[in-house]
Design a protein around this ligand. Structure first.
Ligand code: PLP
Length: 425
């Protein structure tokens, strides 16, 4: 087996230099099980951040489903196959009525790129409204609509068809406090006015109901509903990006957008959908799907293949059988309360927020100055104590907590105890 240094050397020699590696002293992880990861020396880590391994690392039922299907058949979607239709039916049954047509792909980026193609075909327009700080994927088309990337290091800003709203951050944003949702919604109307003044039409508004890379941000009450209404009144289509937050993570609901009482026209999903297997989807209405049926086939060599669908089906089944959405609600609420209790003891804890097992701790100094290097230090020290976390947000000062949904109360207690210790140190 290659040692730590040999892997690092080969990595720098043969892998693209723009790939990052987690932690000041990188980990050599060799095995995963449930909510735990193990390094080459046999040390165990509690994984508090891998939202992709949704039902737990190496879940036996998911592996078994993949193995069984691999033994039987793996082809593209041009043959009749029951795996894909059953899975499509089950996915749509988790969504509000009307969201009934699936397109399968292999990554969140592919799903969002396809969603953009659908809306541009359906509306005949390109003007796209996005939230500042948002990330929607690594393809060219998605860097264009991801301020997190195009306004970050190495970025070239947004193209002229992208209209960026201020990040609806009630803690440190342009408008603050409980009732700022309405004010942020007025920014949607301003963007629409700007688009129309140029003689263009609104094509789409894309948003996550809880922002992931934006720093575990919960959109203020009323914002999304009003934003959807305004965009639709202007002829646009609303896309909910559920790639980071979907599949029961928010606990109270299966999908993040449901927490805002809205029904999108298109939902994109990925990441946790395959528990680490590359699988994603776009789900939309019959009307939008039909408008895309213009003679040009949508073909995807791997998207929706029988193995991927068998894996996706197993993930859905495990979420139900093991009551993982309910667990996210129970353990997530418990953890959130415990972390909120720490808020009075640690000045750096600016805001503790979250829903289900999607929680963020925003660290700030006096006058709400973001405490990015402190957040980084804490994450590194927590790693040394056997707990894996990460930071995010436009200022990289938010500690992210989004573990596999098998995370339990004992794990929550350990996290709270160790973070309390580390903060005190
Ligand atoms: C909200 C959101 N959308 C899209 C993507 C892109 O997904 P992928 O990395 O699978 O292409 C991500 C990935 O982090 C994401 O968080």
């Amino acid at each position: 087996m290659l040692d730590h240094k040999e892997i690092l050397d080969l990595r720098s020699k043969h892998l693209g230099p723009s790939l990052s590696v987690s932690y000041d002293e990188p980990l050599h992880i060799v095995r995963g099980e449930g909510q735990y990861l193990f390094d080459a020396k046999g040390n165990r880590y509690l994984d508090c951040v891998n939202n992709i391994q949704h039902v737990g690392h190496c879940h036996p039922k998911v592996i078994e489903a993949a193995q069984q299907q691999y033994k039987k058949l793996n082809t593209n979607t041009r043959y009749l196959d029951e795996t894909i239709v059953n899975y499509a039916k089950d996915i749509t049954s988790t969504l509000p009525d009307g969201l009934e047509v699936c397109f399968f792909a292999n990554s969140g980026s592919e799903a969002n790129d396809l969603a953009l193609r659908l809306v541009r075909q359906f509306t005949g327009d390109k003007a796209t409204i996005v939230l500042d700080g948002a990330y929607h994927g690594n393809l060219f088309s998605l860097i264009e609509i991801s301020p997190y990337k195009h306004n970050g290091p190495g970025g070239n800003g947004s193209p002229n068809f992208v209209y960026t709203l201020p990040m609806p951050d009630s803690f440190r944003g342009k408008y603050r406090g409980e009732d700022c949702g309405e004010k942020y919604a007025q920014e949607v109307q301003s963007a629409i006015n700007e688009i129309q003044k140029k003689g263009e039409k609104v094509s789409t508004f894309i948003a996550e109901a809880l922002m992931g890379c934006g720093g575990q941000l919960i959109l203020p009450k009323g914002f999304l509903k009003k934003a959807f209404d305004l965009v639709r009144a202007a002829g646009g289509v609303c896309i909910a990006d559920e790639i980071q937050i979907g599949f029961g993570r928010v606990g109270s609901h299966f999908w993040g957008f449901e927490t805002h009482g809205v029904v999108p026209d298109i939902v994109t999903m990925g990441k946790s959908m395959g528990n680490g297997h590359p699988l994603s989807a776009v789900v939309t209405t019959r009307e939008i799907a039909d408008s895309f049926n213009n003679g040009m086939e949508y073909f995807n060599s791997f998207g929706g293949n029988p193995v991927s669908c068998a894996v996706g089906q197993a993930v859905l089944d495990v979420i139900k059988e093991e009551g993982l959405q309910e667990n996210a609600l129970e353990v997530g609420s418990y953890l959130l309360n415990q972390l909120k209790n720490l808020q009075n003891q640690h000045d750096l804890f600016g805001e503790v927020r979250g829903r289900g097992l999607f929680i963020g701790i925003e660290l700030v100094k006096d006058e709400l100055v973001p405490a990015a290097s402190e957040a980084q230090t804490i994450v590194n020290q927590m790693k040394d104590k056997g707990l894996l976390l990460s930071t995010d947000g436009p200022d990289h000062n938010v500690i992210k907590i989004k573990p596999p949904l098998v995370f339990n109360k004992k794990n929550a207690d350990e996290l709270v105890k160790k973070i309390d210790e580390t903060m005190s140190e």
